[in-house]
Write a protein that binds this ligand. Structure first.
Ligand code: ATP
Length: 347
């Protein structure tokens, strides 16, 4: 089957700025695909290119096998949900949701039925008569979603759609988005700079830097096996060791990373005891309580800062305190060697 979206050698220049720089990308039908990267890395521009709001400087864009590189937005079977919702304030919620159907010439009665159905899907069946201003931010967000899904697009493009919501609402909406996507079987392309959001929602993630995709893979692959220090530092707090630190601490050359949750703390006199684990002496700098875990910042004897994430559990000894002498323990297999390295530890 043709991929829902295929970008081939796509570039976009704005004057001297190379916003998108040779992107090749195939997104499968029904996939939840995220584009993750810092501000200015080109994610939104790629989304706008797919939607047809921008024309590429070079390369081709195909939707389900059809070349749409030069096609206008309305000629493409995609729909976009923007962060700022862009609802019409003078229209009722129901009319807002039905808007895309009206533009497409759908008869009044069917419009109403389908708009109500879409409102039910985002679990706001009773607000159709209200104005957008009479809704909370989270409700407005759902209306924007309902408005986008009502036309049953094959592809839904979402540009930081949860960016304006508070944490609780955001988490709730993440679950709902995922359920909606499964239910409708629509291809979702999701732009975010929130790594956790990308990891929890996506089938696959493209990590962007300076207009290029620097890594493409499943959340697990990106999290467990980042290809470069850039990806490792962008996706999750990590302990990054440069070449010199790796040689000092790990006894190997090249850059390495270790996830904070793969480290554990022990008493100052702990030894590896023949387990093959590395056990390093350290001093606690700071303990940060996170509810379900503690994030403990320590400093190794040579001064290298290391972050340890310890799950809270009733059976654990008393939490460490600032200034405590401890040991940091980890398995060599949990050390990730990063790109350009000649050695790969642990496997
Ligand atoms: P954000 O998360 O802040 O939205 P982004 O990763 O989506 O960032 P883009 O908006 O795609 O990044 O921007 C990529 C680059 O292209 C940036 O350097 C930006 O300044 C530039 N750019 C984007 N749109 C335009 C435009 N219309 N004119 C000029 N430069 C632009």
């Amino acid at each position: 089957m043709e991929p829902a979206i295929a970008l081939s050698g796509v570039t976009k220049h704005f004057g001297d700025v190379r916003a998108v720089d040779g992107v090749d990308l195939e997104i499968a039908d029904g996939e939840f695909f995220s584009m993750l990267g810092p501000s200015g890395s080109g994610k939104t521009t790629v989304l706008r290119l797919i939607a047809g709001f921008e024309r590429p400087t070079g390369g081709t864009i195909r939707l389900s096998g059809t070349d749409v590189t030069g096609a206008a937005p309305f000629e493409r079977d995609v729909n976009t949900v923007f962060q700022d919702y862009a609802l019409f304030p003078h229209m009722s919620v129901l009319d807002n949701v039905a808007y895309g159907l009206r533009v497409r010439g759908v008869a009044r009665r069917e419009r109403r039925e389908r708009a109500l159905e879409a409102l039910a899907m985002v679990r706001l069946p009773d607000v159709g008569d209200r104005r957008p201003t009479q809704l909370s931010g989270g409700q407005r967000q759902r209306i924007a979603l309902a408005r986008a899904i009502v036309v049953k697009p094959k592809v839904l493009l979402l540009d930081e759609p949860l960016g304006a919501l508070d944490l609780k609402l955001r988490e709730q909406m993440q679950v709902e988005l995922k359920q909606l996507q499964r239910q409708l079987g629509i291809t979702f392309v999701f732009v975010t700079h929130d790594q956790e959001e990308a990891l929890t929602l996506s089938d696959r993630i493209a990590v962007f830097n300076e207009g290029r995709i620097v890594q493409l893979g499943t959340p697990r692959a990106i999290y467990e096996d980042p290809v470069s220090p850039y990806v490792a530092s962008f996706v999750g707090t990590t302990n990054l060791f440069d070449d010199a630190t790796s040689q000092r601490v790990l006894g190997v050359s090249g850059s390495h990373a270790i996830r904070p949750e793969r480290l554990s703390l022990g008493p100052a006199d702990a030894t590896s005891n023949g387990t093959g684990d590395l056990v390093l002496r350290a001093k606690v700098v700071e303990v940060i309580y996170l509810g379900s875990a503690n994030r403990v910042h320590v400093r190794l004897e040579d001064g290298t800062p290391v972050v340890v994430l310890e799950q809270s559990s009733g059976s654990l000894p008393a939490p460490e305190h600032r200034g405590d002498e401890v040991t940091v323990r980890f398995a060599r297999a949990d050390v990730v060697a990063l790109a350009g390295d000649t050695e790969k530890s642990g496997d």
